[in-house]
Write a protein that binds this ligand. Sequence first.
Ligand code: ATP
Ligand code: MG
Length: 714
Amino acid sequence: MDAIFENLTEAQREAVGHIEGPMLILAGPGSGKTRVVTHRIANMIHQGVPPWQIAALTFTNKAADEMRHRVDSLAPNQPVWMGTFHRFCAQLLRRYATMVGLAENYSIYDTQDSKQAMKRAVMAAGVSTTHASPDQIASSISHAKNRLMTPETMQGQILRPLDALAAKVYPVYQQQLLTANAVDFDDLLLHIANLLRENPEIRSELDNKYKYILVDEYQDTNLAQYAIVRALSIDQPNLAVTGDPDQSIYGWRGADLNNILDFEKDYPSVKTARLEKNYRSTPNILRAADQLIRHNRKRKAKDLFTDHPEGDAVVLRMFQDGYQEADGIADEIVHAIAEEGMKPSDFAIFCRMNALTRSLEHALRSRSLPYQIVNGVEFYQRREIKDLLAYLHLVNNPNHDVALMRVINTPTRGIGAKTVERIRDFADYNGIPMLEAARRAKDIEGLAKRAVTMIGKFIKIYDRLAIKATAPLEDLIRFLVEETEFEAYLEKTAVEQQDANPMSNVDELITAAVEFDRQHPEDGSLEAFLEQVALVADTDAIDGETDRVTIMTLHAAKGLEYPRVYIIAVEDDLLPHKRSKENEAQFEEERRLLFVGITRAKERLQLSCCKRRAVRGDTRPVIPSPFLNELPLDEIRRIESTGNRDWFDEEEDYDQSYPESWDLPDEDGSPGGDLDAVSETAPVIAPAGFEIDEVSQLPAEELAEVMKPKKKKN
Ligand code: ATP
Ligand code: MG
């Protein structure tokens, strides 16, 4: 009990001690919001609330794990439900699948699967892609889903020509998902929100089951997430949410700031806690964050302060190019470890997009600095892993058409694209899954005899696998690899794919399966494994155990903290992102993204930009971010590194004025900047519905587009 209330301020203590009724904890970064949530859970249990009546919802698995870890240290081994919104919904949906037209073994399509499905739906809907790409249509549909629109209601709410096209595709896409017994990520939320709305008995049953609901980072909820927690907190309005409107960075995914701003309206009896003090950062870092965020027009002002000593000045550094930036940062880390007693895990490097990290990796590797790139989904997106998982998906859910299309000719067995098209058309025409259509290959018009034979072979392999569906995962995957002669296939294709050792990835998958079998001795459920894999997110890969420098996107950094932080490529068109030029709301979200990055730092912070950046071997001039001009420049240490690669020892002295070459946009002289001027030059971000992975890992062509030199402002 003492441990729960120890080391808390009065305001925090009050929030932790509160149990019954709605509660809103509104506070800036580093003020202990997450700490309050965990201590609150522990306190509830100590006060006799049955742990299974508590659900804590987060946005990343990493945040949930962290929370579990912290609660465990205060109240060990309690069956409190902790996890992401998506996982919460996925589990409920297993139970209520039939009520929304799915079967219990439904599959979750990942982003790539959804893209495939969307292409097919666009075609089937007869919508031309001349004016809108399937990706744009997907983003419009995703936005509609996050706003809880059904195919029918979307029709009535068309705002743009793109939405009109999307509204035509939406019913077709949705029908195809149902036929495939599958959902996309947005559906997990949408189905549950609809289920709760349309079934008062289920709603009230679940409301009473989850009597106490806690949501951290509530500012990032979208309408669907809002509807879900609201529906579960009517009879039992013990909903506690924490958030910081200044850290809302998922507007492009439909997050709605009003959810937090209107909380007091939704729950008039709410108890509001404001945590005033920051426990994370130095005053220098906080002033930089504060000055920056003041430029946002749409916000409630709040002060950031701390009792910590001043600390070092924030550094703003101009490098000649990306290589020098990478070398410079790596050298500095090496130096800090050798001379200042720091360790690799004290450092984090943030960037707007993962595509920018290559030179950094090289620089760290060449200095033997251990590092990790937080990119959890990457492993499961590898070709050979996707192939094997697709087989498993098809075994678990024979209606999974995207999986069937992936494996029917993998390993190659002479089933060509034309044949697959005919199977697909036959399936579409008859409203049946493609596997079913493949079984009826003989009835499909225009299929060559040879093709029919080959399809028959595939079906045989599939049926042998399906018998093993309930075997331990390890056995199933080993059997799959043997049956399909997968290793030989990988060897054959490894050269053309320039892949050094794809079999080692297969081994890694088997290791994951062994681990899963160990954790799930009774059920060993294939379905649960696939669900876990589908809900893996970028941040899951963060390894807090080993001592490594962490590189990640600004989005992934939310909620975390590190003693020393580097934010690279604070450049115009990257941060703010080029696409945020479209409107001021998106531009302000980019500013919040930088604010989130800055406020992760505990002791030291460096922002950097370059004069030039190489994209695909082509070096282009770049312009510093207009946000840099909004920092308290009079107290920031500005350094321009010379072209000399050994600059570290020759670093230029503290310079009070911007070198001319900095060419900052919006040079009106006032560090505060002028909002109008900013919006005028305001470039930039990510369109609604654009998946984070896509933003962070733009393909080279897009990156090139983003990095195109801009005309200098006179
Ligand atoms: P963010 O908005 O960035 O998610 P937060 O409000 O959730 O921040 P926490 O992560 O909970 O903040 O806390 C920030 C840091 O301050 C953590 O290291 C936490 O342990 C520490 N901290 C919080 N409250 C106190 C306190 N009363 N005494 C000492 N340290 C504290
Ligand atoms: Mg937090």
